[in-house]
Design a protein around this ligand. Structure first.
Ligand SMILES: Cc1cc2nc3c(=O)[nH]c(=O)nc-3n(C[C@H](O)[C@H](O)[C@H](O)COP(=O)(O)OP(=O)(O)OC[C@H]3O[C@@H](n4cnc5c(N)ncnc54)[C@H](O)[C@@H]3O)c2cc1C
Length: 457
């Protein structure tokens, strides 16, 4: 049973009665009295909500604090890399991410294969792809994970949420090496150690995910292309950049007034707020948000991920599908310019948790040294190829203070239903509220769902 079906069955979806309706570009529910909707955030969630509403003929105004659209989808061209595009935020589109794939098809955006074969660097020893493995017991568990998940009762699944992924695997008797390797690999998905991740969120994700765990595809020309296509259809005149929302007040059952930090004010029938929880809590809410929601907002953490791309004059790593997980502070590397022509290439250094914090705070020269040192066992001294190095540490991003939400022990069933509820005329959306949480797919799903909820409210 998929996570969404399970949430539905358990009555844990909050106020989303339209779940289960087939989503398409045509509106499925006719708007009742709602004529105008304000949306906070021009990330994938806000844009998907805006697209759904504008296609239904409802007036939409999107207020975005940054000077660009896309939010945590941030395609970027380094100065020294020619026309090559890298992703400072979301990288992979998974084979299971049906809404992203459908939208790409609709907007004629090609998706390229972006799968990798992973090398391992452990205790200074570099082992090539396919030449290392977990213990036979872990390999067997991994190959059977979907069957194990499918055979679990609803009660057993819900119980999983009360433990963390590391403890669950440890209780199954796996060796320290297996647990350490799982932590190195799986923490790149959750953005923090698997000791902090709900075993339910992990097992559901891995059991229901694609073979490569949704690290399958990328939009040609950058994932930001999809943001641009959605924004163009909504109409750029309806998306106001540099509009940071500071306060929200609600009057009666059909009026919301939003005040921006620069003093501008907007009024509409309904509001969809897609801001990450850090930003949402900085807004002044009148009336105040309900206590249970405030408590849930205070509890939910976001993961720390840093991307530290390096442009090299030469793709010394050889194969296009190179990636490597390491036990060094640099943590994980992958080829960030796969499928893009040119002699130069970008190796993305991707670190999570404490490691990301460290790489995000040391000086640029210390950071370079850490990264180049981690590459030495596999490739020797590669500093001569270094052309440009960059840093984007999401733990210090002004509006999210993290990469994406991380649901810890008991939080999937404890917090998400509370955060999904609407509050008078305000509906909430964003990756943190989605079945495909932590993905672009989740952001789109939740934006579309919020739009449909607004239309029938
Ligand atoms: C490093 C990293 C790697 C990732 N990797 C992947 C991946 O490989 N595959 C994948 O599918 N997903 C990945 N993700 C997750 C994906 O990026 C997110 O799930 C998705 O983009 C979130 O979209 P959103 O609309 O919910 O939030 P956002 O994109 O954060 O949009 C919210 C918007 O609200 C704006 N905002 C905030 N406060 C205010 C305010 N006060 N007033 C007005 N506007 C405001 C923000 O500026 C932002 O633009 C990754 C994310 C990160 C950071």
């Amino acid at each position: 049973m998929k996570r969404r079906d399970f949430l539905l069955k358990a009555g844990l979806t909050g106020a989303i009665p339209w779940v289960g309706q087939k989503l398409s570009s045509a509106p499925l529910v006719m708007p009742k009295n709602v004529k105008s909707v304000l949306i906070i955030g021009a990330g994938f969630s806000g844009l998907a909500a805006g697209l759904t509403l504008s296609r239904a003929g409802i007036k939409v105004t999107i207020l975005e604090a940054r000077n660009r659209i896309g939010g945590r989808v941030f395609s970027f061209s380094p100065k020294q890399s020619g026309d090559q595009i890298i992703e400072l935020g979301a990288e992979w589109v998974g084979y299971s991410h049906t809404r992203v794939i459908e939208l790409c098809k609709e907007f004629n955006l090609p998706l390229d294969n972006n799968q990798f074969e992973t090398d391992l660097l452990l205790e200074g020893k570099h082992t090539r792809q396919n030449q290392w493995s977990f213990s036979p017991e872990m390999e067997k568990f991994w190959s059977q994970r979907k069957d194990i998940w499918d055979k679990m009762s609803d009660g057993e699944k819900e119980k999983l949420d009360r433990t963390d992924w590391w403890r669950y695997l440890s209780n199954l008797g796996f060796s320290d090496r297996d647990l350490y390797l799982r932590d190195l690999l799986d923490s790149t998905d959750f953005g923090e150690s698997i000791r902090h991740t709900s075993a339910y969120a992990a097992m559901a994700g891995y059991a229901e995910g694609s073979e490569k765990n949704e690290m399958d595809l990328k939009i040609r020309g950058g994932n930001g292309q999809l943001a641009s296509k959605m924004a163009n259809e909504i109409g750029l005149e309806n998306i106001l950049l540099n509009h940071k929302v500071a306060a929200i007040s609600q009057k009666g059952s059909s009026e919301v007034i939003v005040n921006c930090a620069d003093g501008k004010s907007f009024t509409a029938d309904k509001l969809i707020c897609t801001a990450p929880t850090y930003s949402l809590m900085k807004m002044n809410w009148s009336p105040a948000l309900p206590d249970d929601m405030t408590d849930a907002l205070n509890e939910l953490q976001y993961s720390r991920i840093g991307k530290f791309p390096i442009v090299f004059s030469n793709r010394f790593w050889g194969r296009e599908d190179f990636d490597m997980v390491t036990d060094t502070p640099a943590h994980y590397f992958y080829h960030g310019t796969k499928n893009q022509p040119g002699k130069k290439g970008v190796l993305m250094c991707y670190a999570v948790g404490e490691k990301a914090d460290t790489l995000g705070s040391v000086s640029a020269s210390q950071r370079k040294e850490i990264i180049l040192d981690a590459l030495k066992p596999a490739f020797g001294k590669v500093s001569k190829y270094l052309v440009e190095d960059l840093k984007y540490y999401w733990g210090q991003d002004q509006f999210s203070k993290g990469a994406y939400a991380i649901y810890g022990k008991g939080q999937w069933f404890g917090l998400m239903p509370v955060l999904r509820q609407h509050f008078i005329n305000v509906h909430f959306a964003g990756e943190h509220l989605a079945d495909w949480q932590g993905f672009m797919e989740g952001a789109i799903d939740s934006g579309e769902e919020a739009a449909k909820a607004v239309m029938i409210s």
